[in-house]
Design a binder for this molecule. Structure first.
Ligand SMILES: Cc1cc2nc3c(=O)[nH]c(=O)nc-3n(C[C@H](O)[C@H](O)[C@H](O)COP(=O)(O)OP(=O)(O)OC[C@H]3O[C@@H](n4cnc5c(N)ncnc54)[C@H](O)[C@@H]3O)c2cc1C
Length: 506
């Protein structure tokens, strides 16, 4: 058995990647301190609380419950020790902008019948599609997601190649979905999950058809207290394992010193002297703004040439009364969404006919809004780097609220009692996010697996990275797993052998 022996480790950033890494490292015997820039932990999963309303500011879909089970079980615990889960039914509702709507429910037979209404044979095709997704998920999770393969040669391993046989990994999601469904609405239903990965049907590899297994088969859940409740669970676990957290501690520089690092902050304590450093802050920010040029792995051109996942235009709303037409999760999609994707990835501009997502947690949780009120937020994916001046925001806010009224039948405009906008420049400011991307580096083929930046810095021994820029990638479950990979890299490099504990029977 190998263990760390009290190494002092600073984790920069308290997002899910950082919180997860901190738990694994503390459990392995390190002294871990998390330094977070903002006033609260959770990173993109921050909470906004005002006038009796509480919003999850970022992630709101609790997907892949198996990943959280596995995470907590590594510490002999389970998610239920920290929060309970409600299985949502429907998982989500889609309003197409031609007046049509569809509910995706936990009942596969109902979904098949609904698909059949669009296209004869589509019910069977759905079953086959989901079967392939299930196999891709199971093989993908075991061999490519939970197993970190940092070098290209790790992929030329016969077991990897054998297991990859029979599942569609490359080729675009667009081509993959077209192989099963002709009806454009069915294609949209199978592809919308790509926005979770920050990609479009044309730039995301077919491997990610596994997301349909996630959303149709594994189900969509609401954790008690929202995703913020999950953050609290991770933080409590970390405290039980001995992790110390410092909020309001923005790191301003990482410097080398004999035998370790000097981490400078703008917080109450202005320096920390750890042996090792892990950064969960956005990779580009850490490399370009916290390290001196000679300690960076990548130059400015590298970061310039990446494909970034979308930013988002968010409206957090407290409204009077119920919003009956909406489900907990609702998507509103134009029948032709090419234009919207084009305005994210090809010619950046504010989409005039947006595809967007509405989240109404007060449907499931009566603690998130005062009595007689609803709490909801609207999320429109938009290109990073867009100008989001106050005038633009006001114009776009009106456009989106008009669109909701027209396409869902819910007119929010006269019922708003609380409103906050959050967009590109807020992402840049609050999270030090390059270009204001909401999610980091998109999962294009050239930015997947070994092509993502590594967990170990190649320029600075003792410096590690975790979170969505690294493998496996974007999304809360993936960042939780990235924490495990990063901690494993640290343990592999620094742990020493300790004898196995013996029992009196041995
Ligand atoms: C609007 C939105 C909706 C989303 N929806 C979902 C969803 O429904 N389901 C899902 O699974 N995923 C969703 N995601 C994605 C998911 O939230 C992220 O992929 C994940 O939370 C990122 O975690 P992370 O550890 O990489 O980093 P982050 O959460 O970004 O954490 C990094 C932390 O580092 C801190 N930091 C930055 N610079 C410094 C510094 N210099 N010093 C100290 N600290 C610093 C930041 O303040 C931040 O707290 C969503 C994201 C957004 C933005």
């Amino acid at each position: 058995m190998t263990e760390l022996s009290g190494e002092r480790i600073v984790v920069i950033g308290g997002g899910f990647g950082g919180l997860s890494t901190a738990c694994y490292l503390a459990d392995a015997g390190a002294e871990v301190e998390v330094l977070e820039k903002n006033e609260q932990l959770g990173g993109r999963a921050s909470r906004l609380e005002r006038d009796g309303f509480r919003f999850d500011m970022g992630p709101s879909w609790y997907l892949m419950p198996d990943v959280f089970e596995r995470f907590f079980s590594n510490f002999d615990r389970s998610p239920a020790d920290y929060y309970s889960l409600t299985h949502l039914d429907p998982h989500y509702r889609i309003f197409f902008k031609d007046g049509d709507s569809v509910d995706i429910t936990p009942d596969l037979e109902r979904s098949k019948a609904r698909f059949e209404e669009y296209e004869p044979g589509a019910g069977e095709a759905l079953e086959e599609y989901l079967e392939e997704s299930r196999r891709t998920y199971e093989i993908g999770m075991e061999h490519f997601v939970y197993t970190d393969r940092p070098r290209l040669r790790d992929w030329v391993d016969p077991t990897v190649l054998k297991n990859a046989r029979g599942i569609t990994l490359i080729g675009s999601m667009q081509d993959h979905v077209e192989g099963y469904f002709s009806h454009p609405k069915l294609q949209q239903i199978m592809q919308y999950t790509l926005v979770f990965l920050g990609g479009s049907p044309n730039n995301t590899p077919a491997l990610y058809n596994l997301m349909s297994h996630v959303d149709f088969n594994l189900g969509v859940y609401y954790p008690e207290g929202g995703i913020g409740g999950v953050v609290d669970g991770f933080v409590s676990l970390g405290e039980e394992l001995g992790v110390t957290y410092h909020t309001d501690h923005p790191v301003t520089a990482i410097e080398g010193r004999r035998g370790g690092f000097r981490v400078e902050t703008d917080g109450e304590r202005d320096e920390f002297l750890p042996d090792l450093v892990v950064s969960d802050a956005d990779y580009a920010h850490t490399e370009q703004e916290l390290l001196p040029p000679e300690k960076r792995q990548y130059d400015a051109e590298y970061w310039e040439s990446r494909t970034y996942a979308p930013s988002a235009f968010l409206i957090y709303l407290g409204v009077e009364g119920d919003v009956e037409e909406l489900a907990h999760h609702t998507l509103v999609l134009p029948t032709d969404w090419e234009e919207h994707f084009g305005k994210i990835f090809d010619k950046p501009a504010w989409p005039d006919d947006p595809a967007y997502y509405l989240c109404v947690p007060s449907k499931t949780d009566d603690t998130v809004a005062p009595e007689g009120h609803s709490n909801l937020f609207v999320l429109v994916p938009i290109a990073p780097d867009l100008d989001d001046s106050p005038t633009v925001r006001e114009w776009y806010r009106d456009l989106v609220l008009d669109d909701i009224a027209e396409n869902t039948g819910v007119d929010l405009r006269d019922r708003i009692v609380l409103e906050e906008l959050f967009s590109v420049s807020d992402f840049a400011e609050r999270y030090n996010s390059v270009r204001g991307t909401a999610l980091g580096m998109a999962h294009t083929l050239r930015q997947t697996a070994v092509f993502r930046p590594p967990h170990r810095s190649k320029a600075v021994p003792g410096l590690y990275f975790t979170g969505s820029y690294t493998t496996p990638g974007i999304g809360v479950p993936m960042c939780v797993i990235s924490g495990e990979h990063t901690a494993n890299a640290v343990i592999e490099d620094h742990a020493t052998d300790v004898p196995e504990a013996t029992t009196s029977d041995d």
